[in-house]
Design a protein around this ligand. Structure first.
Ligand SMILES: C[S@@+](CC[C@H](N)C(=O)[O-])C[C@H]1O[C@@H](n2cnc3c(N)ncnc32)[C@H](O)[C@@H]1O
Length: 483
């Protein structure tokens, strides 16, 4: 999303020194020798005071919005949270009740998941969060060319698969459904392709599901299984997970700005080793971040991620983010592609390396505090592309992983330049302006040099901030444009 263009610099600034992979492994092992998950316990032989003093002595640079403060009593003796008269939102009450019920803090990942997709009050659940009136804007909303180019990618893969008569086209987190609608409109002339498709939308939000049905011109009365898009006569079904999508057909999967919404665990290096950042309730009844006194279950994913990292990479880190859901989802995708054939395209804001400390909250196009009024702001984290690659390769020898390449390379090599020129031939001056700025946002880098409007509206290019990766069944050969 346009929202995160400034984040990468701050990640780099936050990197500190750590003496290497072995130290990381040793420190986690040391901690692991005590009980695995016990947040309310301390490692054997360590007093609570020692553990907490160690936290105080660590030099911590937090992200601007989420300041760490360690409440000594809170770790072993969670305060009673229920006596405060409060005007807390339903979601805040719910989060506090989980913390109270557990008798201790929750992980950043659990906080993130509740904030985004809690079935009653999650950020995505009840409203349209996109566009100028919403909280952020995404590439499909910037220009129709984005969905069209993704359509070109999907059609090329279908060709490489030998033009099967039936194919599943799965989209994770389709937002307003704009990408899929532009893909179908762009592919309309290729009837053999659109007739072969059965579209499967994986969406958690009832509100967005309704909007997707409108965008794809599907009849809302037909339930989630039997709809047809009037755009091309293509069948469309909705699901909560990939497991619900029927197996047995070659499958093309698209995940645009989906992985960044998956919950991340955050770790910070302390003098006693890697500790997980957790969300607790302070005595003033506000959320705050504390460090786990000993390893948590997610530490296993941290170890796994670090095994895949280069020593030089690890030596710079004081903070690490890992996304177990991204790793698990990738393995499900890779398994599906290896048994059914096909491929997946993942495009997101992320890094071709381990991610340090990227989680951000954005409300109405502005960065806000991560812990402020949860559920009213989007939370998103950089995608760790090497973790996706390794997860896929670990689970199947029948798939190959390509990229990441930049969005600008991806769209450029698929021919977006020709497309924008064709569209410019036949449009009004106003549409031409919108095409030019849209094109820049998709493939440019930094501020648009041609912009003559107000400074605050200067189009910012996402061409190198966004990366594209493909996971493809080896039988299909190398997908365009990753050759
Ligand atoms: C950042 S938006 C991206 C929307 C769209 N792909 C785009 O580019 O405009 C994330 C989307 O993923 C959906 N989503 C988030 N978490 C999900 C989950 N765990 N399962 C299914 N959908 C989810 C949201 O409701 C939303 O549609």
């Amino acid at each position: 999303m346009l929202r995160r263009f400034i984040g990468q610099a701050s990640v780099a600034q936050r990197c500190r020194h750590l003496s290497g992979r072995q130290e990381l492994v040793d420190s986690v092992r040391r901690c692991s020798s005590s009980s695995a998950a016990g947040l309310t316990k301390v490692p054997l032989g360590t007093t609570v005071e020692q553990a907490v003093d160690a936290q105080y002595s660590d030099d911590y640079t937090s992200q601007p919005s989420a300041k760490i403060s360690v409440d000594r009593s809170g770790l072993n003796n969670p305060p009673e949270h229920s006596h405060e008269p409060s005007t807390d939102s339903e979601l805040v009450k719910h989060l506090k009740s989980i913390i109270k019920f557990r008798g201790g803090p929750i992980s950043v990942a659990e906080y993130m998941e509740e904030v985004l997709i809690n079935p009653k009050a999650g950020f995505y659940i009840n409203r349209d969060v996109f566009g100028a009136e919403g909280d952020f804007i995404t590439s499909p909303e910037v220009s129709q060319m984005f969905g069209e180019m993704v359509g070109v990618w999907a059609m090329c893969l279908w060709e490489q698969m030998g033009q099967p008569n039936r194919v599943n086209l799965v989209e994770f987190g389709p937002g307003r459904g704009t990408l899929m609608a532009d893909l179908l409109r762009g592919a309309k002339k290729f009837e053999k392709f659109t007739e072969a498709l059965h579209i499967h939308m994986i969406e958690v939000s009832p509100a967005l599901k309704k909007i997707q049905k409108l965008t794809l011109k599907c009849n809302d009365d037909d339930g989630d299984e039997n709809t047809v898009s009037a755009l091309t006569g293509t069948r469309v079904s909705w699901h909560a997970t990939l497991e619900e999508v029927p197996t047995g057909l070659p499958t093309i999967i698209i995940a645009h700005e989906f992985y960044d919404a998956l919950p991340v665990h955050q770790f910070q290096k302390a003098s006693r080793g890697w500790c997980e950042k957790m969300i607790d309730v302070a005595e003033d009844s506000k959320f705050h971040v504390v460090l786990s006194p000993q390893p948590t279950p997610a530490t296993l994913y941290l170890l796994k991620r670090c095994k895949w990292a280069r020593t030089e990479e690890l030596s710079k880190l004081e903070h690490v983010e890992v996304c177990p859901k991204a790793m698990d989802l990738t393995q499900n995708i890779a398994k599906r592609i290896s048994t059914d054939g096909g491929g997946a395209l993942i495009i997101d804001y992320g890094l071709d390396g381990i991610v340090s400390d990227s989680l951000q909250a954005i409300r109405k196009h502005k960065f806000v505090n991560l812990l402020d009024d949860p559920g009213s702001a989007d939370l998103s984290a950089y995608v760790d592309f090497p973790a996706i690659r390794h997860s896929a390769e670990e689970v199947s020898e029948d798939v190959s992983v390509y990229g990441p390449i930049t969005q600008s390379q991806f769209l450029g090599n698929l021919g977006i330049n020709f497309r924008v020129e064709a569209l410019l031939q036949n449009c009004t001056e106003e549409q031409a302006e919108s095409l030019r700025t849209g094109y820049w946002r998709l493939v440019g880098e930094g501020e648009a040099p041609f912009w003559e409007g107000p400074d605050e509206l200067t189009p910012i290019g996402m061409g190198s901030r966004y990366l594209a990766m493909a996971i493809v069944n080896k039988k299909q050969g190398t997908p365009v444009p990753f050759q």
